[in-house]
Design a protein around this ligand. Structure first.
Ligand code: MV4
Length: 499
């Protein structure tokens, strides 16, 4: 087993991986840009090295510098987390060439799954169901039109080098095909430097169901159930849950088998996720494979009773899985809400600032994976996700109830977060009855209702001021009327309440 590993990431996922390493008695090395110097993940590591970089983001993408730090400090392995270099085949290869173990798949698997058309071709050969479509570059537009007619409108045009919905165009009629094709090409070359655009039949109102798999270096594979990630906005997941309440055991097993076939087809090793579209008739189609540990992995590990980051490290160290498919037993229901520093009433515009006061919810069946603390500065350098709140219940209703209570207990004072939006979703009948799909937020969610429910600043500040008053009241400290939050209005209220 490794004695020291480097985590090439920041924030909550860096802490999450360090926690797993500590379980295995492995020393941890953090890398950080200057702007992150005081972040909790830097202090949580056993060692920390500052990255020299022009911009905060470029530091975490600097392959040569990161590998050089690993070699200098004697780290035998590197965990990439998610985002940054986690799906960069060149990084996986560079680690291998440098004799530092990459805690993830080989470069080949990352590269082949990184091309959406390459992945579709491979899945076709492996007998994995894909959405009917046309993978070739359109050299002859009449041929392309014929293919579209064969597939049947509406069709979806997608960038082969894309992902996350960027550059997708929905075409309802033949007369709009060429104009949209050319537009999609322009966007693809601009966003991804590759103008290959392919076509798929449009699956109406799909659910996004993904299967977690693990593969070790000895040819063993297991699937760990599914996650329903349909509650998304602008192709960004917001709420995820496991299991999906509409999947039957029969469909679960069929999707699990197909997911393992997909992993075997690219010689996949370590943790991976196969994303599917599930249509109204419960037909499922391969969408893409994510060759990394995902943000939403906690809902799977909670219902499986596994630590996926520990499993990843053990696989990278050459250990066999240690359990078989028969040992996998899903218990209860888990839900994850991502806590974004965004204003849901301003089209989820990121909101920045310092955290004047942070109080995370705790309790039975409540887990918070966070990378922040009171005083943390939320900057525009990185993704605005602050933390993940996960609840577990014996069934879905129980998990939802715990989530509502925990969200109402969360205090992030200093800027807007999507917590009020998340409470609204948890209390919404369509969410609660499970009959939602990927169109839930854009087509169903009632933002007007949220607006009515927004806590008037006065009430909120009074609540905070009263809390601080109680806090101060309970302490045998010198009565200091100036509470420790730098929100002037709360101070005024607190002072007024104290007098
Ligand atoms: C689709 C689709 C319907 N039909 N492909 C969105 C991002 C990228 N992962 C693929 N996406 C979709 N591909 C076909 N043939 C609908 C979507 C889609 C979607 C998929 C999953 C989760 C959320 C979504 C939101 C909008 C569209």
């Amino acid at each position: 087993m490794f004695k020291k590993i480097l985590i090439a990431n920041r924030g909550e996922i860096a802490i999450r991986i360090m926690q797993a390493a500590k379980c295995l008695n492995i020393e941890t090395v953090a890398i950080f840009h200057e702007v992150d110097r005081e972040m909790p993940f830097v202090h949580f590591a056993d060692y920390a090295y500052q990255l020299q970089a022009e911009t905060p983001k470029s530091g975490y993408l600097d392959i040569d510098q990161i590998i050089e730090i690993a070699r200098t400090c004697g780290a035998e392995a590197i965990h990439p987390g998610y985002g940054f270099l986690s799906e960069n085949g060149g990084f996986s290869q560079a680690c291998e060439d440098a004799g530092v173990k990459f805690i993830g798949p080989k470069a080949h698997a990352i590269t082949v799954m990184g091309s959406k058309t390459g992945a579709r071709e491979l899945m076709l050969k492996a007998g994995v169901p894909i959405v009917p479509g046309y993978n070739q570059k359109a050299t002859d537009m009449n041929e392309f039109k014929r293919k579209a007619s064969e597939i049947g409108y509406p069709v979806l045009l997608k960038a082969a080098a894309g992902g996350g919905g960027k550059g997708m165009r929905l075409v309802e009629r033949e007369e709009d095909l060429i104009e949209n094709y050319e537009g999609a090409q322009r966007e693809a070359i601009k966003s991804f430097g590759d103008d290959l655009v392919y076509m798929e039949k449009y699956v109406i109102n799909p659910k996004h169901i993904e299967i977690q798999i693990l593969g070790d270096e000895h040819g063993n594979y297991v699937y760990l159930g599914e996650r329903d990630c349909s509650i998304q906005r602008r192709h960004q997941k917001v709420i995820e849950e496991a299991p999906s309440n509409i999947l039957t055991e029969e469909i679960r097993q069929a999707m699990g088998k197909v997911a393992i076939d997909a992993a075997k087809a690219c010689g996949y090793v370590n943790a991976g996720t196969i994303e599917f579209l599930l249509d109204i008739n419960k037909n499922f189609y391969f969408l893409e494979m994510n060759t990394r540990l995902q943000v939403e992995h906690p809902v799977t590990e909670i219902i499986c009773g596994l630590d996926l980051a520990v499993e990843q490290i053990k696989i990278a160290a050459g250990y066999p899985l240690g359990f078989t498919q028969e040992d996998v037993n899903l218990q209860g229901h888990a839900i994850e809400c991502r806590i974004y520093a965004e204003d849901p009433l301003e089209n989820f515009m990121p909101d920045l600032g310092a955290i004047d006061y942070l109080r995370s919810p705790v309790g039975r069946g409540v887990r918070v994976d966070g990378g922040i603390e009171t005083g943390t500065e939320v900057s525009m350098h990185f993704d605005p996700m602050l933390a993940k709140l996960i609840t577990w219940g014996s069934n879905r209703e129980d998990a939802i109830s715990k989530m509502i209570a925990a969200l109402k207990d969360y205090r992030v004072i200093g800027f807007n977060t999507i917590i009020p939006f998340l409470i609204e979703v948890m209390e919404d009948e369509t969410f609660r009855n499970g009959y939602f799909d990927t169109g839930y937020i854009p087509n169903h969610f009632d933002f007007e209702k949220l607006k009515q429910r927004r806590i008037a600043p006065e009430e909120e500040l009074t609540a905070v001021a009263a809390f601080l008053f109680t806090k101060n009241e309970n302490k045998n400290v010198v009565k200091d009327p100036t509470p420790k939050i730098n929100n002037w209005k709360a101070n005024q209220l607190a002072i007024r309440n104290l007098n």
